[in-house]
Design a protein around this ligand. Sequence first.
Ligand code: TYM
Length: 333
Amino acid sequence: MFKKIFSGVQPTGNLHLGNYLGAIKNFVELQNDKGNECIFCVVDLHAITVKQDPKELKKNIRETTATFIACGIDPTQSIIFNQSMVPAHSEAAWILSCVSRIGWLNRMTQFKEKAGKDKEKASIGLYSYPVLMAADILLYDATHVPVGDDQKQHLELCRDIAQKFNNDFNVKDFLKVPEPMIQKKFSRIMSLKDGIKKMSKSDPSDLSRVNLTDNKEEILNKIKKAKTDPLPLPEELKNLTERPEAENLLGIYSSLKSQDLENSINEFSGKNFSEFKKRLSEALIDKIEPISKEIKKLLGDEKYLDSILLDGSNKADKIASKKIKEMKELVGF
Ligand code: TYM
């Protein structure tokens, strides 16, 4: 079936294995499935919902673009662009924020996590972040949105917003209600330091994640120091319960090898962690080292990266400006 794919990644630095295994790897597979139309966005408007250093932000926009390309997104096949270059995103976000209900946004768990204890001091942008995300998706009539498990609630909200807009303005199917694409397995990669915490760009400990720019030595060191438990590796799937670190590391290994968790359990059944960690490091180095080298190479050519974003933004703008024009007419502008 023909799919229109849209997804986004924030340029907030430290793109990591969770971003890769939970999302970007899937982007590449969808792109390579001929017939799909794919749009991948560097969501810089989302990034400024928390304070950013302007110089760092500029660097991170290029780094995220380089990461897309280094992971296998081909700018001649897919559109790669940054959100702030296409004005329709901000305009649609405003219109949709007038359709969205406060009660819906109050339920968003990611806002609660990110805002922390002092909600009053969080930016309004952080609160209405999921509305901008809905605008991103709906402007392109995306049929499918590949994301990691943590974005599930935002996509459900996007579907509600689309349906309410269509109802309010009596236009059946004007905004397409998108399908989330969340992998059934390994869609939430956990921290290397704590198996019940999500691997995250913002974790203050760099040892908690494998960054896509890490070199061989860094990967070896992080896996060596990754938290485990005192037992040997399990012999059966059911023995993984209440062993979050073992489950996470075996999950990472399985995802890298594109195999089921059961296969990895059989492979390492009863062995100790040191042996498993050696194999896990090898699998990670095989996958991440070429990506890391390519990112660094691409970062040396800022002109090239800027040209990709400019070209992608022109293409995205053609699609989005048509949709926002229709939206404005419906609203009565
Ligand atoms: P962001 O930048 O936080 O993350 C980018 C993608 O990586 C996935 N991800 C993970 N997957 C598995 N395990 C993890 N530990 C992990 N950490 C991150 C995320 O689920 C995401 O798919 N709001 C989005 C960006 C966005 C977007 C959009 C996505 C803006 N507009 C429109 C889709 C469609 C975000 O902050 O992703």
